[in-house]
Design a protein around this ligand. Structure first.
Ligand SMILES: NC(=O)c1ccc[n+]([C@@H]2O[C@H](COP(=O)([O-])OP(=O)(O)OC[C@H]3O[C@@H](n4cnc5c(N)ncnc54)[C@H](O)[C@@H]3O)[C@@H](O)[C@H]2O)c1
Ligand SMILES: O=P(O)(O)OC[C@H](O)CO
Length: 388
């Protein structure tokens, strides 16, 4: 259901904001937003958010964006160039972020006053980032994760939203969807899904913060379902890339996407029985799967991997082709495999298992269509076999 929203006015309202306090000139409390991450999607998310905070009186207009500092070939610091040019020249060149985006290389300073924390870094860095933030975020802050990935602990998978809640003791929603960042940067229409746990009021605040006429956001009460869709589609994207690299054609790719979606749903429901079927029909589900298998970075690098018949590693191809941007699919394939092998479920998930074995060089890319001999037609859901 799309909620009734406070619509962001299209003209800039001349708000007289007190920059030091979390209130506007009328004394009304304002939310302060910090974005933790400034890669390709992090920069676009900051732009989207800043366009709304500049217009909505319930938000302080400044959006502080944490930059993992690096020195550019010119010798300048990335954060300084972002603040001077109002552009992330490395991760989102050619796009102005909005004058109210302030790049900050100091992680703790970035979150200091924030009441709404937006996490958007590659998932492998999140545990370290959260540990640095323990005791540094406001106890009343709310978080949202735009991160597609998970950690695997002894007990099983740990979603990034759970990691944030466990380490920082704050509530965490998620936003996932068919969201290739460069297209949203050009303000081409797309949709996204906010997954929330119980607090619908906070979910609507996130919807308000992200929604624009070209970015339609829908809330659903299913954090794990939304987050697992965003996470697992990256493994299917690698499979789609192998198919493209081997020039197997559209029918094969569609088959891989269908089988992948089926494994995504089975895995999600086995891990979290509360996951809802309908979530797979939201933007975070089938729509993200389609866009990522057509135009994402995981697909693109997997295509190159298959064209080279696995002779050049993913690490090498990632560094060469993405210039500092990070793939999530290869580590997610390993993390999913760890969960499957721990439970002896590899045969129930032949596509996920095959993708992992191709990534580590145990199988050649052409094995992506050979596994179907072992195709299962059931999975254990809630402890009993279910056809899927
Ligand atoms: N780019 C997209 O189209 C897109 C869309 C939706 C979701 N996502 C998800 O958003 C998340 C972030 O991706 P992105 O595209 O913004 O990033 P990115 O891949 O473009 O950039 C990598 C980022 O990691 C940072 N980094 C490098 N080393 C680091 C370290 N040691 N510690 C902390 N940070 C470090 C870099 O500075 C850079 O900001 C991922 O989970 C991704 O799946 C991306
Ligand atoms: O470029 P990818 O493969 O990381 O995918 C980007 C987004 O997740 C697509 O929604």
């Amino acid at each position: 259901m799309v909620p009734a929203l406070e619509v962001a006015p299209q003209e800039n309202q001349d708000l007289e904001l007190d920059s030091d306090m979390n209130s506007n000139c009328n004394g009304a409390t304002q939310e302060r937003v910090a974005v933790i991450g400034s890669g390709n999607w992090g920069s676009v998310a900051s732009k989207l958010i800043a366009s709304n905070t500049a217009k909505l009186s319930s938000f302080h207009d400044e959006v502080r964006m944490w930059v993992f500092e690096e020195t550019l070939p010119s010798g300048e610091k990335l954060s300084e160039v972002i603040n001077r040019e109002n552009e992330n020249v490395k991760y989102l060149p050619g796009v102005k972020l909005g004058k109210n985006v302030v790049a900050d290389p100091d992680l703790v300073n970035t979150v200091k006053d924030a009441t709404m924390l937006v996490f958007v870094t590659p998932h492998q860095f999140m545990e370290g980032i959260c540990k640095r933030l323990i005791g540094k975020v406001r106890p009343d802050a709310q978080a949202i994760s735009l991160i597609k990935g998970m950690e695997v602990k002894k007990e099983g998978p740990c979603m990034i939203s759970t990691l944030i809640t466990q380490l920082l003791h704050i509530n965490c929603s998620v936003l996932m969807g068919a969201n290739i960042a460069n297209e949203i940067a050009q303000e081409k229409f797309s949709e996204a899904t906010v997954g929330y746990r119980e607090d619908e009021e906070t979910a609507l605040k996130w919807v308000l913060l992200f929604s624009t006429p070209y970015f339609l956001v829908t809330p659903v009460q299913d954090v794990e379902g939304v987050e697992l869709c965003g996470t697992l589609k990256n493994v299917v994207a690698l499979a789609a890339g192998f198919v493209d690299g081997l020039e197997m054609g559209n029918n094969t790719k569609a088959a891989i996407m269908r089988i992948g979606l089926r494994e995504m749903r089975a895995f999600s429901k086995l891990m979290f029985p509360s996951v809802k079927n309908n979530t797979f029909f939201e933007s975070c589900g089938v729509a993200d799967l389609i866009t990522t298998c057509l135009g994402g970075r995981n697909r693109k690098v997997a295509e190159a991997f298959a064209k080279n018949n696995g002779k050049r590693s993913f690490d090498e191809l990632e560094a060469e082709m993405l210039q500092g941007q990070k793939l999530q699919g290869v580590s997610t394939a390993r993390e999913v495999y760890e969960v499957l092998s721990h439970r002896g479920w590899q045969e129930l998930f032949p596509l996920f298992t095959t993708v992992y074995e191709i990534c580590i060089g145990h199988l050649s890319p052409s094995a992506i269509v050979e596994y179907s001999e072992h195709k299962p037609n059931f999975a254990l859901v809630d402890g009993s076999a279910q056809v899927y």
